[in-house]
Design a protein around this ligand. Structure first.
Ligand SMILES: [Fe+2]
Length: 311
């Protein structure tokens, strides 16, 4: 386990001057970005907590827009432990607007999804974030993005989100309060686990066993307002809030290449089921591409597997 030490300490946000949306800034070290993008988590600082849209009054108005949009929010209690099954945490049948009032009384995790569909200012923020990320040499560059989404996490003190991974690249920012984020490199996940996940072809969370994680691949980020970090696709993570309410914002996306990698792994699932030992993605890009294209539809994939087997 390595504790992150390069995160600047954020001063008291209540005395900080506001920043215009167009002046939002992610302060990402270009060298870290170039070397670690979508491979290893790394920290950065930002000024998003100083934007009007992240002040509590503004967030409270945003909550009104989610009433009736139940596909776009998730309200749950704390997980019992970091190793609990993800969806075993108690579901709370309240709207975000109702749940916000019980943050101090009952451990509550509110997730608002697709902010950009509920307020145009969040769509603009997403555009600005991607512009800044693309302007740093290396990494994302001009790769086409197929899916992008922003989310807001409003969480009671002392609440736990259990271990899982997400099938997308993320930039996570702390807006208010403290949060301890435990994240592992994506290469800590076994290929078999990734294949089992990607063969389902669904955008969801990937469930993993905490006991199987390598402590040497864990990074711990003690996030305060103004801190952020980059989370590679498939990086296992679990999260705990500290002594007060926490608000975090994340931008996640999936490029054409990220999605193709998922299809390659889905193909490898079938190879493994047939008793073969699939070449892990990344070793032979031509083969990866053939597999990525062959997986649709499943019946075709089975035929291709059989053909490979008999040549
Ligand atoms: Fe996650």
């Amino acid at each position: 386990m390595s504790a992150n030490s390069n995160i600047a300490t954020a001063p008291d946000v209540t005395v900080l001057p506001r920043v215009a949306l167009e002046d939002m800034q992610l302060d990402i070290d270009p060298k870290s970005y170039q070397a670690l993008y979508n491979k290893t988590p790394f920290g950065f600082t930002h000024n998003l907590h100083r934007l009007d849209i992240f002040q509590f009054d503004s967030i409270s108005e945003l909550l009104d827009r989610y009433t009736g949009a139940s596909n776009d929010y998730y309200v749950a209690g704390s997980a019992a432990t970091a190793g609990s099954a993800f969806f075993e945490a108690p579901h709370i049948k309240l709207t975000p607007k109702e749940a916000i009032h019980q943050l101090n009384e009952r451990s509550t995790r509110i997730l608002l999804k697709r902010l950009e569909n509920h307020d145009d200012r969040f769509r603009r923020l997403l555009d600005l974030i991607i512009q800044q990320i693309r302007s740093i040499p290396g990494g994302l560059g001009d790769q086409p993005i197929l899916r992008i989404q922003s989310s807001l996490f409003i969480t009671s003190a002392a609440s736990t989100t259990p271990l899982h991974f997400d099938p997308e690249v993320g930039f996570f920012t702390q807006i208010e309060g403290d949060k301890t984020y435990h994240v592992y490199s994506p290469d800590d996940v076994r290929e078999e686990d990734l294949e089992d996940f990607y063969v389902r072809g669904k955008v969801s969370i990937g469930q993993l066993d905490l006991g199987e994680r390598d402590p040497g691949k864990e990074q711990v980020y003690n996030l305060r307002a103004g801190d952020g970090f980059h989370q590679p696709q498939n990086a296992p993570h679990w999260v705990e809030t500290c002594g007060s309410r926490s608000i975090s914002y994340s931008c996640v996306f999936e490029t054409k290449a990220d999605r193709a990698l998922g299809r390659t792994r889905a193909f490898n699932y079938y190879e493994r089921k047939l008793g073969m030992r699939p070449t892990p993605p990344g070793q032979n890009s031509q083969l990866d591409n053939v597999k990525a294209e062959a997986i649709i539809p499943d019946r075709l994939a089975r035929k291709v597997v059989n053909r490979i087997r008999h040549t």
